[in-house]
Design a protein around this ligand. Sequence first.
Ligand code: PEP
Ligand code: MG
Length: 575
Amino acid sequence: MSFSLHGIPVSSGVAIGYAHLLSHTSLEVVHYVLPRPLVAEEVARFDAALLATRNEFISLRSNRPQYAAAEFDAFLELHQMILDDPLLSAAPRDMIESEHCNAEWALKTQTEKLVAQFDEFEDAYLRERQTDVTQVAERLLKQLLGQPGHQPAPTRHDVEMILVAHDLSPADLIQFRPQQYAAFITDVGGATSHTAIVARSLNTPCMVGMHHARELIREDDLLILDGEQGVLIVNPDKAVLAEYKLRQSAWELDRKKLKRLRGARANTLDGTVIELYANIEKPEDLVEVKENGATGIGLFRSEFLFLNRDVLPDEEEQFLAYKAVAAGMEGQPVTIRTFDLGADKQLKGAERVASNPALGLRAIRLCLAEPQLFRTQLRALLRATHYGNVKILVPMLSGAAEINQTLQFIATTKQSLDDEGIPYDREVKIGGMIEIPAAALALNVFAKRLDFLSIGTNDLIQYTLAIDRTDEEVAHLYDPLHPAVLHLLSHVISTANKLGVPISVCGEMAGELAYTRLFLGLGLRQFSMSSAQVPGIKQRVLTTSLPEIAALTQRILRADDPLKIRELLEKLNSQ
Ligand code: PEP
Ligand code: MG
């Protein structure tokens, strides 16, 4: 029977292959009571499984394949820490001893208890970590059941396989090399889950949040995953299959062709120069930046240097990371954002969980509240300006007082470097992110005080529409084409252009093909996106004529009916 399912596409592309179902181990656990003399043996069996799982992690970390992004290591470290937490490593042992139950049952019961506690957290980031706990427990359970790791797909060289799982951890994805599977599908997870981030960095089609896919799909069902539309077609008929085979070859051909654009300048048909920059999280990401031909770094999310660690990076460690990127880009612009911690990116051990973290002590607010932390970063950043074309970008600014205070911090930090005779770029440009509606509406305040601006559409949309960007439940309301969002974008871009202040967009919208022409029509000339998106966006720029899209862009801005806006946008994109 043919049917289709919808999910959240987190990594684009078309994949066609036969389903390989991954067993959901916890569903297979049975409960039994052990005679007293066998309890010690059961505890030893649990300890042995724990040790074997720990060794699995150690071996995964030391054999990290080249194709795996550096952030895998952080994920594996986090999973290793969860495994070693007494709540997972000691509590089941106590339960075996006190209740004489089998180890699998003790582990399953304790995991369910922990997951229920995570449900209570108000903080979305912490709530999402329950997935990590479940993934680690699943891995341990597999050891207990004598199925370590995951069973590889039966080798069938003639056909492609698609892995269908209730859930997959980042560690699983490393093992399931992209060569072995054409795509990944999971029942759970949102666009911001670790699994989604990893799949995207592996460049493998993936869909999450499929709800009951694992139950509805049978082993060897033929599947088509359409990562553009977020649709999974199960057992398609011949005509649909033929159509998708064509689409798939066209898509693959496009990707190959796109790679050839690496060295080309991103000029529009009428000769306007467009800059396509990359967003990065770590210095290691420079490899991808170069491979995809980005001409600079538009956003270095420096807070990733601070996550998942007990001791924060000191000035020297930060300096070396910023310097590596500055020097590595060989004179091309490198925009480093001061750390945007808080909300869904909390420091480890940060005790105080705000009642509404996205509106709380986040980003620049946290920096100004923690002067020592901020000064250390500013010293490292300023020192790095000596080694390349570095600019400093400040997130979440909301008004004049914050900007003035930030500039004052930078001025005193410069003074301290001067006193010590440490070199830095005296003309370093300081920019602000426009990601709060107040900043967009009062743009003059920003343009007057700062050297450049960058629109963070992810947050600008979140705050304009009052939609928590990490909450799956309201994801359908997160609408980049809402007239309010379009008006803010248009106002910010045109005002900045009029005032002669450089403006870019570094939120996810900048890397989405659907919006490239719209942004160009609004007057945007600088885009920053994840490296893999650069070639596709470049191709769209190369086939766009600014005079030809001007009128239609204005019609989109004047429209207020969501359907009309979409219809006009389609027309714009098919010109
Ligand atoms: C944004 O908000 O659009 C942005 C680029 O910053 P982040 O996604 O890191 O909040
Ligand atoms: Mg932001």
